[in-house]
Ligand binder design. Sequence first.
Ligand SMILES: *Cc1c(COP(=O)(O)O)cnc(C)c1O
Length: 400
Amino acid sequence: MEEQTFAEELTLLKEQGLYRRMPLVEGSQNARVVVDGREVLLLCSNNYLGLADHPKLKEAAIMAVEKYGVGSGASRLVSGTMELHESLEARIAAFKGTEKALVFNSGYAANTGVIPALAKKGDVLFSDKLNHASIVDGCLLARAQLIRYPHNDMAVLRRRLAEYRGGGRKIIITDGVFSMDGDLANLPELVAIKQEYGALLMVDDAHGTGVLGPTGRGTAEYFGLQSEIDISMGTMGKALGACGAYIASSNEIIEYLINRARSFIFSTSLPPSVLAAATAAIDIVDSPQGAELRRSLAENGTFLRTSLAQAGFAVPAGQTQIVPVFVGDTHDTMNFSRALLEQGIFVQGIRPPTVPVGSSRLRCTLMASHCRADLEHVVNAFVAARAAVKSDTLLCGEVF
Ligand SMILES: *Cc1c(COP(=O)(O)O)cnc(C)c1O
């Protein structure tokens, strides 16, 4: 095959509607930001509770910089473990109700480090087909056998486990809240299955952490199954408004990860400002103010979901702050996103390879700080943008 230049590959991406660029966003990640010089409503940030610019997080970060400086200096195993790492991890373990916790530099680093560490040659991984790319990459890095099961299809998962003849460790991995669809993993069934087959269950709760459950402990708390998750992963860059990720688990597993997770061992640890801000964020999540923010967020999710569905958009039923509006075709999706920006709404089009071919969508994410008038404006803008896009391939009211 003839070798393509990178420029040719980029041209091809443009033709396929798959070319990506980074919009410049001015201001902090709150309900209103400036994009390309214009003030717009932000409807695609994962800063769900508005903590990214919360005064308490800012103060904690500033004080940490004053006391400890900017950088952590090294990997944790060399000289980079600071008091703030230990206090944050103790706070996370208490929050998640586990023996221990370990922080990673990002969710991506956690999944690509932890999965290969836990699943070695001779082991087997069962992974939901809609799991986040960082889980996919973690599974590809692992030497274990990989079995992907159709999204939330518990019958197929059960069958694959029943058919599995190999030995070794069996690990089931799932997103808690699926990041591009906004639906939940069937944790009650997953827990039953892992018990039945003696598997370990790992839940990536990037979008549930701080958001779901009466006290914001995540998807497992929502289902009342907190003590049943063997390996809980959560991120600190979304609802917690900071950066980084954690694994909450048993003493034994955490000790093992310290010794074996390469993204933990071979990387400079999170800086003091981030550690202090994340600790302050958990304090807020775990307070009455956190409960209040979760209530507004949930109400906003319900309002937008039902209003868009009533206006004839293809919005799946769900219970989270992630509201996908299916469009189908990639070009239509990006045109729709541009038309929305003209209406003063910033929402990203999501395309392959992030989502399966033919299921491109606009992924709306709510924040607690959106007010009712904002969301009414969003619905009107969607209706106007649909008229402006005028494509016969546009999906309406038809949910995948
Ligand atoms: C965002 C996300 C990640 C990656 O986390 P980062 O901290 O942004 O690297 C991992 N898993 C899921 C499900 C996510 O949505």
